[in-house]
Design a protein around this ligand. Structure first.
Ligand SMILES: *Cc1c(COP(=O)(O)O)cnc(C)c1O
Length: 237
């Protein structure tokens, strides 16, 4: 099923307007918010069309899919990030290709990103993923384990912690949703106020197609939007 580029264009402008509106409602501007497109299942020409419209950040969540599209992305005009669950044995395949790995939740993973970054003579930005809904089947570190992880990671070379990421549980209403976003914002501000060496809290990545405006109102600095931009995802049968 082909996606219409006209739809993507309409959606892109609509999302930019919604981001600006939400940002302004909390005294920020659209420039304070990073609009990252979650591009899983979307073909490279469609992604590149969005980049042509002004999109500057794209995120993949599967290593294999990222590698298969890698040669086609217009990376002269956009930053490629990794947003999915990452297995340690796949780290070397993406280090050097992505600007930020958003889903780090263990020392072991951070160490492997470091090892591969040193080998490639580069530094890799990372976010720590927080399992804010305490869901058993989800990746991410539990809130009370975050600080310890930060202290274990801060001296690891060739990686740079730039903030936090969360995928809250699917909620029935905006109020429920807000609870998780507020918790994340409080954790983010708390860590930031501790001024831990080599740790910066510049990015709070939360909010997806259904709730990105709410996330921005709750303090997100980056939203990850997929289906609201590209339409429903079609997985091959
Ligand atoms: C797919 C995905 C998104 C975007 O989801 P939508 O609901 O389609 O906006 C955001 N974050 C991650 C980690 C994803 O895998």
């Amino acid at each position: 099923m082909a996606r219409s580029l006209a739809d993507v264009e309409y959606n892109y402008h609509h999302i930019c307007e919604e981001i600006a509106r939400a940002a302004e409602s909390v005294g920020k501007t659209a420039d304070d918010i990073t609009f990252l497109a979650a591009t899983k299942t979307v073909d490279a020409p469609t992604i590149n069309h969005a980049i042509l419209l002004g999109l500057r950040y794209i995120g993949e969540n599967r290593v294999q899919e990222l590698l298969s599209k890698y040669g086609e992305y217009d990376l002269e005009h956009a930053s490629l990030q990794f947003i999915g669950h990452l297995q340690t044995n796949k780290v070397r395949q993406i280090v050097g290709k992505v600007d930020l790995i958003q889903s780090v939740d263990s020392v072991k993973l951070a160490q492997e990103i470091s090892r591969c970054s040193i080998k490639r003579n580069t530094e890799t930005g990372i976010l720590l993923e927080v399992n804010i809904g305490r869901e058993e089947n989800k990746s991410g570190v539990l809130p009370e384990q975050l600080e310890e992880l930060l202290y274990q990671i801060r001296d690891i070379p060739a990686i740079k912690v730039r903030g936090l990421m969360a995928i809250p549980p699917i909620c029935e209403n905006a109020q429920e949703n807000r609870k998780f976003f507020d918790k994340m914002r409080n954790i983010f501000l708390d860590i930031d106020s501790k001024n831990i060496d080599n740790i910066s809290m510049d990015i709070l990545s939360m909010g997806m197609s259904d709730d990105y405006a709410e996330a921005i109102r709750c303090g997100a600095t980056m939203v990850r939007v997929g289906s609201a931009l590209f339409g429903a995802r079609y997985y091959p049968a």
